[in-house]
Design a protein around this ligand. Structure first.
Ligand SMILES: [Zn+2]
Length: 161
C-alpha cells in the first residue's frame, strides 16, 4: 500500500500477483484495425464510439471513470501521447517506455467510482494482462482531480490481493 506508481509506470510486474486466468480469456494485444472492433476497455462498444472519441478526436472525458477507461485503452495501444496529456503536470513523468513493455492487455473491470466533491474522484479497477504468456492482474485505486474543466490522472495505490 502507499505506492504511487499508478497504472503503466514501468515495473508494474513488481507489484502484481499471479491470477488463475485461463487461456480462454487470452486475447492478443492488438491494434485497432476495424471500426467494428470492441473497445479494449471492455465496454463492448465499438472503439470509435467509446475511447476513440477521446484518443483520436478532441473530446474530453466528462468523468474520472471515463478518463480512466481511456487511459487503459491508451496503454493497450501504446498511446504515450495521450497518457502524458491526461496525467496531471504535478505527477506526470517526463516520458514513458511503453514501446519496451511486453504487456498483452486482456481486459478492464471498473469496480468503484467515487466522487466526494466536484473536483476529486477515485476509481478502483482491475486490469488483466499477460507478460510472456503469464497472467497477471493489476488492482489499483487511481486518484483524479478536475482542473480547468477537465479531469486529470494524479496517482494511484496498487492493492496487493
Ligand atoms: Zn473504451
Amino acid at each position: 500500500m502507499g505506492d504511487t506508481a499508478g497504472i503503466g509506470v514501468v515495473g508494474l510486474q513488481d507489484y502484481v500477483t499471479v491470477s488463475g486466468l485461463t487461456d480462454t480469456l487470452y486475447m492478443k494485444n492488438r491494434h485497432i484495425s476495424e471500426a467494428t472492433d470492441n473497445c479494449p476497455c471492455s465496454t463492448k462498444q465499438a472503439y470509435p464510439l467509446c475511447c476513440g472519441r477521446f484518443l483520436d478526436a478532441d473530446e474530453i472525458p466528462g468523468t474520472a471513470e471515463m478518463l480512466m477507461r481511456t487511459r487503459y485503452t491508451a496503454y493497450t495501444l501504446q498511446r504515450e501521447d495521450y497518457l502524458l496529456a491526461t496525467w496531471h503536470p504535478a505527477t506526470r513523468p517526463a516520458s514513458m517506455d511503453l514501446a519496451e513493455q511486453t504487456h498483452q492487455w486482456l481486459g478492464l473491470t471498473v469496480m468503484h467510482h467515487q466522487q466526494p466533491d466536484s473536483d476529486h474522484a477515485t476509481v478502483e479497477f482491475v486490469a488483466r494482462y499477460k507478460i510472456n504468456g503469464r497472467a497477471y492482474r493489476l488492482h489499483e485505486i487511481s486518484r483524479f482531480v478536475r482542473e480547468n474543466g477537465r479531469w486529470w490522472y494524479v496517482d494511484g495505490d496498487i492493492l496487493l490481493d
